[in-house]
Design a protein around this ligand. Structure first.
Ligand SMILES: NC(=O)c1ccc[n+]([C@@H]2O[C@H](COP(=O)([O-])OP(=O)(O)OC[C@H]3O[C@@H](n4cnc5c(N)ncnc54)[C@H](OP(=O)(O)O)[C@@H]3O)[C@@H](O)[C@H]2O)c1
Length: 242
């Protein structure tokens, strides 16, 4: 797929990996609509880095009506959609028996993604690309204490990437990227020492830069020969700990 003048929606563009993907898509000539939930300031910062014909849109993945409104906006503004990047996620750690954390993770990270796909599909007019941002915690033998709900939700993302690929066939190609530890503000919930220690778990002995995930996102979206795949970009994390 040539990305020039394509219309792309990126969820969670107000920081981290989502912001890097928005910038990379805009640099390729895409018109980007990205979402934010609580970080209006972060969304403003992202928007400043994008060219014209790009928009921010407030949307909570837990609210189907807001998801529907996002795609109504895309339809009104552009009349079509070429690319959907499901990047936003609830990623907090906590007590593995806290059912509120399970509900948050499964509703935001699984039901929310199904809903964005549901409302984007009619706008893709039988031709488009979907990229889901998963995690190395989804399937490899990598685990983090307190991240059971998050990991299970990402395993569901990998699974729906494969099953939706079979449903969509040649019309809409859907893939995922499973990152290892990426240097974003999502690490702020942990003490600094945890981040320092964690980066040494990667064979590359450093955190992955969000742009390195965005570069892979562009390569996957451009590629017309892959669907139902989960591409691992983990700096050797899974190799080192297995
Ligand atoms: N960083 C890592 O080490 C790492 C590793 C593996 C996978 N990932 C995955 O990469 C993706 C991006 O992570 P990141 O590290 O860049 O995180 P981040 O900087 O914390 O960004 C998360 C984004 O998701 C949005 N979001 C959170 N809850 C939402 C909700 N209920 N509705 C709508 N939007 C919501 C946030 O919006 P607001 O801030 O505006 O609320 C923000 O834009 C996630 O899918 C994450 O699971 C990250």
């Amino acid at each position: 797929m040539d990305l020039k003048n394509k219309v792309a929606v990126v969820t969670g563009g107000s920081s981290g990996i989502g912001r890097a993907i928005c910038i990379a898509l805009a640099n390729e000539g895409c018109k980007v609509v990205f979402t934010y939930n609580s970080s209006e300031k972060g969304a403003e910062e992202t928007l400043k880095k994008l060219g014209k014909n790009c928009f921010k849109f407030k949307m909570d993945l837990r609210n189907e009506k807001e998801i529907e409104k996002l795609f109504e906006f895309v339809k009104k503004e552009f009349g079509k959609l070429d690319i959907l990047v499901n990047n936003a996620a609830y990623n907090k750690a906590g007590d593995i028996f806290n059912l509120e954390i399970w509900k948050e993770a499964l509703i935001s990270n699984v039901v929310g993604i199904v809903a964005t796909i549901k409302y984007s599909k009619p706008l893709m007019h039988n031709s488009g690309k979907i990229l889901n941002i998963s995690s190395i915690y989804a399937e490899d033998k990598v685990a983090w204490q307190g991240k059971a709900a998050y990991s299970a939700s990402k395993a569901a993302v990998d699974n729906l990437t494969r099953t939706f690929a079979k449903e969509f066939g040649s019309k809409i190609l859907i893939n995922a990227i499973a990152p290892g530890y990426v240097d974003t503000s999502s690490w702020d919930e942990f003490p600094k020492e945890v981040k320092e220690r964690s980066k040494m778990e990667l064979l590359i002995e450093r955190m992955i830069n969000p742009k390195e995930i965005a570069d892979m996102a562009i390569a996957v979206i451009k590629n017309d020969a892959m669907t139902g795949e989960v591409v691992v970009v983990d700096g050797g994390l899974s190799l080192k700990t297995v």
